[in-house]
Design a protein around this ligand. Structure first.
Ligand SMILES: [Zn+2]
Length: 387
């Protein structure tokens, strides 16, 4: 049913034209009328914030840790929400590679694959599927990828690379600088500096030389972003997230055709306090960027998969972080057995939140597969699906 509605909407888009300036046909078909009634304006830009492993239990605990009151996160104020199935093509519990590939390409794939799906015939090589970001590049939009993880890791890589195995770091770096569409990603910020140096050394060059040859202003200081429309910031240390993303938005916004920005913020809670701190960090960033990006920007938040964190205790009226720390300090208490917040598994298979605000946000509602988010983004721009 969802697929049929989607097809009708895409067809309506094809009939009525593409882009913000499109005028409805004189006698629109029923489907076009319905589409026009639910969407009066299109976004110029789309920013997708991806909380890696940011399932609902993690968002809940992270919000309470930071604010000591329920539903205080900005994410929890976003007006349009849905629940996204994250299962991979071959497993009920996805990894980041298959999870982000589904969101970016509209195709479920096998765990470990980045921007590719298995061939229809067993034994044939996997097939590359275009990412939403590459389609945006082909259409002349500016693009950015920002992460607090290595820039070659599966989630950011699914924006720009196509490899059968997420472990193929060298191929991912090579494809980062050899885009299939347009000029590739304009702004790259992430960790993985030592990895980049090692990968390019194996090709007989240096990361600095390779990025410069590909037209990037290259370095480790996020301040570079304000200085050049094409910049790559690689480092191995953390950085202040919100100023870096704000500078990225201001730089990308110089393109009158618009931009697509993907921000990945890791919130795996193998180390519970770090993961939960990242929830508050990303949430504050989204709140700020919502204000900076302007009303013609569709803001999306989702997670690629959930994680085995459960909140099982805590009294109201006392800071939750202190209660957690006190419990953790008791002899024999582990991350798994902490009576306030326990982390007992790795990735888990339940649906994750998808939240949206801005033009096109109303398409996010109900239960849907993670591949739907690709179509939400394509439709928001008024583009016809290419696959
Ligand atoms: Zn992940």
């Amino acid at each position: 049913m969802i697929a049929r509605t989607m097809a009708a909407a895409l067809l309506a888009t094809a009939l009525t034209g593409v882009g913000a300036a499109a005028k409805p046909a004189a006698k629109p078909a029923k489907a076009a009328k319905a589409a026009a009634a639910t969407r009066t304006t299109r976004p110029r830009n789309i920013i997708l914030f991806l909380g890696d492993a940011g399932g609902i239990p993690t968002l809940n605990a992270g919000g309470l840790m930071a604010h000591d009151r329920p539903q205080a996160l900005f994410i929890q104020s976003m007006p349009h929400i849905g629940l996204s199935d994250t299962s991979a093509r071959n497993r009920w519990v996805t990894d980041s590679a298959a999870g982000m590939t589904a969101i970016m390409s509209g195709h479920k794939t096998d765990n470990g694959m980045v921007g590719m799906v298995p061939a229809a015939t067993a034994g044939d090589a996997p097939v590359a599927v275009p990412s939403f970001m590459e389609i945006a590049q082909a259409r002349g939009l500016s693009t950015g990828v920002v992460t607090n993880q290595p820039i070659w890791d599966a989630t950011p890589a699914a924006c720009y690379a196509h490899v059968p195995s997420r472990k193929d770091k060298d191929a991912i770096f090579a494809q980062m600088l050899a885009p299939r569409h347009g000029k590739g990603v304009d702004i790259l910020i992430g960790r993985g500096l030592a990895d980049a140096n090692a990968a390019f050394a194996r090709r007989g060059t240096t990361a600095a030389t390779a990025f410069a040859q590909a037209g990037y202003r290259y370095g480790s200081d996020p301040a570079l972003i304000a200085q050049a429309p094409r910049a790559a910031v690689l480092r191995d240390a953390d950085y202040a997230p919100t100023p870096a993303v704000e500078a990225t938005v201001r730089q990308l916004a110089r393109n009158p055709k618009g931009y697509v920005l993907i921000v990945e913020w890791d919130m795996h809670t193998d180390d519970p306090m770090t993961g939960l701190r990242h929830v508050a960090e990303l949430d504050a960033m989204i709140r700020r960027i919502r204000a900076v990006a302007g009303p013609d920007t569709l803001i999306l938040f989702t997670a690629d998969h959930s994680f085995g964190l459960r909140m099982t205790g805590g009294d109201r009226g006392t800071p939750l972080a202190a209660q957690y720390a006190a419990a953790a300090a008791k002899p024999g208490v582990t991350n798994a057995t902490n009576p306030i917040i326990g982390v007992v598994d790795s990735h888990t298979g339940e649906e994750v939140l998808a939240a949206a605000d801005g033009p096109g946000a109303e398409a996010v509602h109900g239960f849907f597969p993670n591949t739907r988010l690709y179509h939400v983004m394509v439709e928001a721009f008024g583009w016809v699906a290419t696959q």
